[in-house]
Design a protein around this ligand. Structure first.
Ligand code: DLL
Length: 435
């Protein structure tokens, strides 16, 4: 059994790591230039030749690629290898426009599963574990990626997929699941149900690997409490392979990017300028080992910052801070930039759980924003504070955070539909008026 903690790579001193990245980048740029017309045309337009890329210091000379480019090139325009060499597609869960379809060779899949295996090992996984995967399977990368990683580690893998909470809990208790992989919102949902049914003592979970959507530190704390586990963040996107592009170690202080496969940059989303370490901006990835869908300088639209501060786990790979939002899920309401994560932070701070929905509408020329959030059962029982007082307190908290008046509606526990995959937090009705 291969040991998926790979210290020779994961703790490689920085100069050596950058040398490896440079070698792989030079080779990859040649490969892409020779095999993908889209890149060849773009680089020719910019007057950049593959020979101009001699090391990672030349990365900035390459053109960016965006989700719109991916949509324009749908389905086969970005393939780096003949279709007969591809063995799989996966696709994004996007709700607008054309889906993005990503392709994989068998080697691409192996690398992706290695990345997921490293994430599972970082969360304490070994061949003695029972790994319960309730990310969706199918086109979504969550289930297939973690499933493959779990096999590589040698865990007993439960390919549960999402949904059917009763069955999830039954298997978890009957088979003694020790590691769970799902979205944080579904983990919160499971934790709530397990506690309501008084089953916490019957589950053996020790760790959870949660990602695919933003979640706050407060939410981590709530999930850890309700399931009695340590909760690890994992990040990734279909275009770049899927989950496992980066993952947390036991420090839970940012996610190590798997730099032997992906080079990360942070740019100013307005100007494209590369920002220094520590500054928040848009995360950009260059794949240096992928062959079927070999994206260079892909703009993820996720906002975060990078740090190379030493990590006590010994891994040297750069850490990305939890994405604080996306440059495109930012809403402009009443002329003010609003991120759902800001609203969530206020709600969790005031003792609510992450069971909420944000409804934005336009009445006449004016934007209206309403936050609907569930009272917790404890709040319902606690009659010392009235619902009106709680509402006023949330309105006040949101006003201080955002600088605008937000309507708040407190609803009964369970009134908001629970998510089984990625949670739908925002309903922006203003989009309905566009066209
Ligand atoms: O969500 C891949 C994935 C599956 C990651 C399972 C982790 C676990 P997509 O559906 O293509 O792929 O969505 C990618 O989801 O650009 C981020 O905006 C968001 N995202 C993913 N992981 C995190 C995370 C999968 N840990 C998009 N924190 C990304 C915050 C995340 N946002």
């Amino acid at each position: 059994m291969k040991n998926y903690y790979q210290p020779e790579i994961e703790t490689m001193p920085l100069p050596q790591l950058q040398k490896l990245q440079s070698e792989r980048l030079v080779e990859q740029v040649k490969f892409v230039y020779d095999n993908v017309k889209f890149y060849r045309d773009k680089m020719d337009e910019m007057g950049v030749k593959p020979e101009d890329i001699k090391s990672i210091d030349d990365l900035h000379k390459l053109p960016f690629i965006t989700k719109d480019d991916l949509r324009d090139q749908y389905p086969y325009g970005l393939l780096g290898v003949p279709l007969k060499d591809c063995v799989r597609i996966q696709s994004t869960s996007g709700t607008t426009g054309r889906r993005v379809v990503a392709f994989y060779t068998q080697e691409d899949i192996d690398i992706w599963e290695d990345c997921c295996a490293r994430a599972i090992v970082a969360a304490g996984g070994t061949e003695d574990d029972v790994c319960h995967v309730c990310y969706g399977y199918g086109l979504f990368t969550g289930g297939p990626g973690l499933n493959g990683g779990s096999h590589k580690v040698g865990c007993l893998t439960l390919p549960m997929s999402s949904g059917n909470t009763d069955r999830q809990i039954q298997f978890m208790t009957d088979l003694g699941s020790t590691i769970i992989c799902c979205t944080p919102s579904y983990a919160a949902n499971l934790g709530e149900t397990i506690n309501e049914r008084g089953l916490k003592d019957k589950i053996k979970l020790k760790a959870g690997i949660f990602g695919a959507e933003p979640w706050t530190e407060q939410m981590r704390h709530n999930i850890e409490e309700s399931l009695g586990i340590k909760a690890y963040d994992i990040y990734g996107l279909t275009e770049i392979s899927g989950p496992g592009v980066s993952f947390e170690c036991e420090e839970q202080a940012g996610m190590h990017i798997q730099e032997d496969h992906f080079i990360a940059e942070i740019i100013n989303p307005e100007t494209g300028e590369v920002l220094p370490e520590g500054e928040i901006g848009e995360l950009v990835f260059t794949c240096i080992t992928k062959k079927a869908f070999p994206l260079l300088r892909y703009r993820t639209r996720d906002l975060c910052y990078l740090t190379r501060k030493p990590c006590s786990c010994g891994r040297t790979h750069v850490r990305m801070h939890k994405p604080t939002g996306r440059s495109d899920d930012m809403m402009v309401v009443k002329g003010v930039n609003v991120w759902p994560s800001q609203i969530e932070a206020v709600l969790l701070n005031q003792g609510f759980q992450a069971n909420y929905q944000i409804v934005v509408d336009r009445v006449g020329n004016n934007d209206k924003i309403e936050v609907q959030v569930e009272l917790t059962p404890e709040m319902v029982e606690d009659t010392k504070i009235t619902v009106a007082q709680r509402e006023a307190s949330v309105v006040h908290g949101l006003k201080s955070m955002l600088g605008i008046k937000v309507d708040v509606k407190l609803v009964e526990p369970k009134a908001i539909t629970r998510s089984e995959g990625k949670a739908v937090r925002v309903i922006d009705k203003r989009n309905l008026y566009q066209n």
